[in-house]
Ligand binder design. Sequence first.
Ligand code: PEP
Ligand code: MG
Length: 926
Amino acid sequence: MTQQITHSELDEVVKRSPRKWVYLFSEGNASMRELLGGKGAGVAEMTNAGLPVPPGFTITTEACNSYYDSNRQFPEGVWEQVKAALAIVEKQTGKGFGSKENPLLVSVRSGAKFSMPGMMDTVLNLGINDETVLGLVALTGDERFAYDAYRRFIQMFSKIVLDTNPQDFEEVLERYKHEAGVKTDAEIPAEDLKKLVGEFKQIAERASGQPFPTDVYQQLHKAIEAVFSSWNNKRAIDYRNFNKIPHNLGTGVNVQSMVFGNMGNNSGTGVAFTRNPAHGEKKLYGEYLLNAQGEDVVAGIRTPSPISKLEQELPEVYQQFLEIAQRLEKHYRDMQDLEFTVEKGKLYMLQTRSGKRNAGAAVKIAVDMVEEGLITPEEAVKRVEPSQVYQLLLPRFDEAEKRRAEQEGRLLAKGLNASPGAAFGKAIFDADRAEELGKAGTPVVLVRPETSPDDVHGMLVAKGILTARGGATSHAAVVARGLGLPCVAGCEGIRVSEEQHLFRVVGSDLVIKEGDDISIDGATGEVFAGIIKTVDADFDKETDLKKLLGWADGFRKLGVWANADYPRDAKRAVTFGAQGIGLCRTEHMFMEQERLPIVQKMILAKTKEEREAALEQLLPFQQSDFKGLFEAMVDPQTNEGYPVVIRLIDPPLHEFLPSYEELLVEVTRLETQGGHEAELAEKRQMLEAVGAMREMNPMLGLRGCRLGLLFPEINVMQTRAILGAAAELEKEGKKLHPKIMIPLVGHVNELKEVRRQLEATAAGIADDAGKPIDYKFGTMIELPRAALTADRIAEVSDFFSFGTNDLTQTTFGFSRDDAEGKFLLRYVEGLEEPGLKDKVKILPVNPFQTLDRDGVGQLVAMAVEKGRKTNPDIELGICGEHGGDPDSIEFCNEVGLNYVSCSPFRVPVARLAAAQAALSRAEKDR
Ligand code: PEP
Ligand code: MG
């Protein structure tokens, strides 16, 4: 009944105002987050659910925005509504604001639509002055409690409203503790606290140049203003920038009657999650302190007890809290993060919000809640971040060990987080030594200035890769991601010396020598000295994750394929749920040790015959490689093969040869030493050949389809190997669908000519096999000209695969190998400009990681449209690194690609991201 009467009093005031600025908790609900902020909407919902919430009201985010629009003045009607609402709270609590007998104290807290923990301001215990403090003493019979509340108020109010230096108060507190011979604030006796309050007021007055406000309404007015202002403090602005929260939302202000957890041992305060935020177990998790106020739990002066202990200490309160926690979770259909206070045995709920959780808990909670009938599979799929799925599958540092390493100052440097996961091992500076030790079972981290295809045998056995140079699509990064190996690339804080087999840490005299233990975290880019143990993941055991991804598969439109060069990777990709291989980079097979000399012979051949002889030697290797890959992709139950896209040779040939600079050094050394005539002649010949192949811009040079046009016999050999392998397996009753892909096409005539070559070869194989081979012929779209002329190119292609690594490189004109190390990351981080407060950001994200929709994306969209115009059945996919990036996957879904292809470890991420993209598209279309 009181509620009705009281509401109408506020209604009267609202009628006279231009707008309703203030909502009693009983007037709001959970759907009003925008207007009341998260905290306001949460307490309103709890109030209306009949839960014990200390009465109060919320000033709207609109009032905050109008406050800024009116030159930091309260808009008309705000203050009148606040006073009317406060009068109602007085009635609800039976206390009086500023009353000497029975004083009402309030808290004034911020609360925006999106939670911004700790970024804005809060004032507690507001309403205390020299008179009301006496009322508090009389009421509680506890002088110490009352004066402690008073000094806390002066401290907080001064810091937030009067901008006083908090250190000034701390010094006085320290002096009092010292003089009283005690260690903690809680032990300062009441008499001392009284004196301390006097000194605190003087500090505040000195700092502000005005008497400390004794009028409680004045205190409230100023505190509300301070909370409005805190929306635009630097901390809050930085936080919003980082978390992409719009700046025009404003904050709500919650004024709530105080309850006290520090009124004896039947009082207390605590925080709890309805489920465990670290692993998702359905059990209350949290901690509390008896006889304490909220900030004591956070301050860490006393060690809080686990929430389960409350069952013994205050059994009735515990039971009530448990029931409320369960009710709130059911109500919000999500795990809740709760704050509560117990005042003299009575429980009060102060906050409820969706709880933050780690990757494992996110998946378990989502799946459990579907099984409990609380949420739908669709909601579960939307609730888990794709990046959390990725994290779950990788080894990670043991948290406690990492913390210890940090404390011991073992963090050496930070590079680019090129491929996530954590690893430790002996720092080894060359691939041969890494291979030797790795094969013998020693954990190794391969450290190189940068890696090249020559290092692959070392990378295959390493636990992790660290390079001083190179970006997110550098050789090291791409290979590491393919292998699921942690990689920190472009770590400019170290200087690697290949000759001395060591690295130095820039700006210190620390040196890591060959054989020293190091640990790297490819998710953060951190490099540590010594061993930090890791904890492993096992997809087969991730039953919840598999269930979640199974639901995701039911929602997604995009196929999810994998980039894989070896049968081992392909098998792993299938376990992760890949439905095909979208890119096999055949050149990686050329790099293996026994093949490289033959490849070099082929490259250095003077005549076509010599070249063909070398290729003939390579053919069986390639054919068995492809057979292995195809076999890995055949469903053993149906004998049906998943699609496999094999790309013909792509990189410039010099990548298969020793480096020009190294050869030059070698030749000079042999010349000066004398006596190595045969070796010298061989090296000279190689030097000459490599010299002849040198290009100023090899990435724009003789590579991709250009190689096969100039040396058709390479294409012929690779086609024979692919189709020959398919024919062999067909004989065993397996049905295969190989797809041959041509890289770096810029002009349709290039493709036409390659197609002519291949068709002739295929016809020959079909003749030998006695039946036609089912294969498809397609191209990568990775040059702007190919995208611009996609209609022509589609006339001779069965499929397109967007090579967005090269397409990004050529669209921006950014070198894939150098840009990130030299300037690109600075573009993303922002450039310091003298005279400007904020850094100038040139790019929002690294376009080699997240597809640049405005530029590169336009080319992709155009090629999709043009390609489908002349070839409606064309199959469209993406195999650049972006195929595993959630934001880019959403784009792929939007432009209507058929599939994305990414490194095997990203397949689960892509399955989830593709489902989320499809669901959000469907929501927009609704
Ligand atoms: C690409 O360019 O996007 C691509 C997949 O090919 P590569 O990275 O091998 O050049
Ligand atoms: Mg490419």
